[in-house]
Design a protein around this ligand. Structure first.
Ligand SMILES: Nc1ncnc2c1ncn2[C@@H]1O[C@H](COP(=O)(O)OP(=O)(O)OP(=O)(O)O)[C@@H](O)[C@H]1O
Ligand SMILES: [Mg+2]
Length: 601
């Protein structure tokens, strides 16, 4: 056997296999080079999804002839000099691999000029072989043209998708690069037509609206967080706007557009409880972190990175997002004009005054029918929920915060119940419908969760213990859960083999429901392939218990019950979405109603 050094063109082609996966990766590499060259204006032209032409021109610093010739040599880079530099990479490029790789699988030409000479340089390369080097008239800056991509690697060419698909990947790449560099002008021409144009006067907010979609225009929130470890800033969309994939989540680490699963889940974590399953939020997140805290050299396409302290980064992102949504809750249209008031303002003027919440009903001009419905031990007597008298001042219904979090003042006046299912109310600027089941689910869920964290689940001992006959897998699982279930108020003991007895149930749920709940908890855990973490499992159980414990739709409520429900909802941390992520309320502003009646146009 003989060891041989690979011919250069071949090794470039192999590198290209990793660097240049599709036309969009060529666009990304070329645009990043332009940004590194300090361009302020970059034009991208694409024909047939980039298969026949990709041309990127910039007004950056350009290259002199010697450097231009070097730039197409493998490992030639102006950007890193020592091994230590690899750890403090602030330019996009650092491998000196992109241009030779691209040139090895296309018909490539580079035209470039620096401000120090009047005449530029043109280099033509076909399939990695230099065909021509000549003088060329050119403006200061660089233009790279890539024609017939993969013409000499047919197998790779075959893997390209339709022109439209490749085009949309290119458009996404340009959007991402434009978001990360809002001071630079970008223009994208598709088949000779100007498709996107981002002006250099844009700020991040404006660019985000253009990239994320019109429907986020007035529903995008700025966020910012900073400590000695990390800076996080960006924008995120109102949870009422979602997409079915995470393609509208743009992540930047030290200004580099990256893909990182952990960061994506941190984003989802921030939206938790506010969006439906299988839906994805939208947003742009910038993370600035010390260069030695992140490794960008883990993948040839440089899109993947590795944090040295991932958990700390993810936590910062998730918390920043969720705090922002909490803060912005007041602006979310469906939630009307609720105002966040910091805790210290929630002091009673008269500390001895503890009015009944029902007083508030008097503000409504509607006369209520008395409700004949009895037997709501789960609801109005609410013996399982906090018994402390509601903290309401007499007229302006200010709420005292129970924890250190902010509370919202909804100023809802309840009108009544419709269809036995929805509560109709008037908010400060419109009409609101509340889904009573979803609302109660949220209330029960939050109370259980609070209770869980303070380890004071209240349970109700069963007069006749229920027995559970399980199969082997179920019983195996349950044996490991008994301690945790106890903290939820479920007292279950083994009774030999695969039999268990339920001695007590969470006070919030009817004893008849305990069997189906336990079975559902076990099923959900068994179905999940890689199992639930303890946290997920608990969350799931809380949601199930809340769902079973919540009042149903199609149940007439008395006015007192409705008032109590709305009152409790107002105190929830997230009064807009039920624990499954469905909306609790929908609303129409005066303006929307007037439009419907054609009073205004
Ligand atoms: N648009 C441009 N304007 C000015 N110089 C450029 C431009 N594009 C490339 N260069 C020069 O050519 C060199 C090689 O570019 P190439 O993209 O191959 O490598 P790189 O950017 O250094 O690293 P990477 O392979 O990680 O992208 C760069 O280091 C830079 O000096
Ligand atoms: Mg580069």
């Amino acid at each position: 056997m003989m060891i041989r050094i690979l011919p250069e063109i071949l090794s470039n082609q192999i590198a290209a296999g990793e660097v240049v996966q599709r036309p969009a990766s060529v666009v990304k590499e070329l645009v990043e080079n332009s940004i590194d060259a300090r361009a302020t204006s970059i034009t991208i032209e694409v024909v047939k999804g980039g298969k026949s032409l990709i041309r990127v021109s910039d007004n950056g610093v350009g290259l002199c002839r010697d450097d231009a010739l070097l730039s197409i040599e493998r490992y030639a880079t102006s950007k890193i000099f020592t091994k230590e530099d690899l750890f403090s990479i602030s330019t996009f490029g650092f491998r000196g691999e992109a241009l030779p790789s691209i040139a090895s699988v296309s018909k490539f030409s580079l035209v470039t000029r620096t401000k120090d000479t009047d005449i530029g340089t043109k280099i033509d390369i076909i399939g990695g072989k230099i065909r021509n080097v000549s003088d060329a008239g050119a403006p200061v800056g660089t233009m790279v043209e890539v024609k017939s991509l993969f013409f000499n690697t047919p197998a790779r060419k075959k893997f390209l998708k339709s022109d439209n698909t490749e085009t949309s990947h290119i458009a996404d790449a340009v959007s991402g690069l434009a978001l990360g560099n809002s001071h630079i002008q970008f223009r994208l021409f598709l088949n000779n037509k100007l498709q996107k144009s981002f002006s250099s006067s844009d700020d991040l907010f404006q660019r985000s609206v253009r990239v994320l979609g019109r429907d986020v225009a007035d529903r995008l929130y700025n966020f910012k967080f900073s400590d000695e470890f990390i800076h996080v800033h960006g924008v995120c969309a109102n949870p009422s706007v979602t997409r079915s994939t995470s393609s509208k989540i743009f992540l930047f680490v030290n200004n580099r557009l990256v893909y990182d699963r952990g960061l994506i889940s941190a984003m989802f974590q921030g939206y938790k409880g506010r969006i439906m399953k299988k839906k994805s939020p939208l947003g742009v997140v910038f993370i600035d972190i010390a260069f030695d805290q992140v490794d960008v050299n883990v993948h040839p396409s440089k899109r993947e990175i590795k944090f040295f302290n991932g958990q700390q980064v993810y936590k910062a992102v998730a918390n920043t997002i969720s705090n922002t949504l909490l803060r912005e809750q007041q602006n979310m249209t469906a939630y009307s004009k609720a105002q966040a008031i910091p805790e210290e303002k929630f002091e009673y003027l008269d500390k001895t005054f503890k009015p009944d919440p029902i007083d508030r009903v008097e503000q409504s001009s509607i006369v209520w029918p008395a409700s004949p419905v009895e037997d709501r031990k789960n609801f109005i007597q609410d013996h399982t929920l906090q018994k402390s008298p509601p903290n309401v001042t007499h007229n302006n219904s200010k709420l005292k915060t129970q924890n250190s979090r902010v509370t919202f003042r909804l100023q809802l006046s309840v009108i009544g119940q419709i269809m036995g299912t929805y509560i109709l109310a008037q908010g400060e600027d419109g009409l609101i419908l509340i889904d009573q089941h979803a609302a109660h689910e949220r209330i029960v869920y939050e109370k259980l969760k609070q209770r869980y964290h303070s380890l004071k689940a209240q349970s109700q001992t069963l007069a006749v213990p229920e027995t559970l006959e399980l199969n082997f897998r179920q019983s195996d699982l349950l044996s490991n859960m008994l301690e945790d279930l106890k903290t939820l108020g479920m007292i279950i003991e083994p009774f030999g083999d695969t039999t268990f007895v339920v001695k007590a149930v969470p006070a919030i749920i009817d004893e008849k429901e305990i069997k189906p709940i336990i079975l559902e908890i076990l099923e959900a855990t068994l179905i999940k392939k890689d199992g639930f973490s303890k946290e997920q499992w608990l969350e799931n159980s809380l949601i199930l218990v809340a769902c079973h414990g919540a009042i149903r739709a199609n149940l007439n409520l008395s006015r007192v019950e409705i008032e109590k429900l709305v009152f409790d909802l107002e105190q929830c941390e997230n009064p807009r979405h039920c624990p499954h992520g469905r909306p609790i309320m929908i609303s129409w502003t005066k303006n929307q109603i007037e439009k419907l009646f054609k009073r205004v146009v």
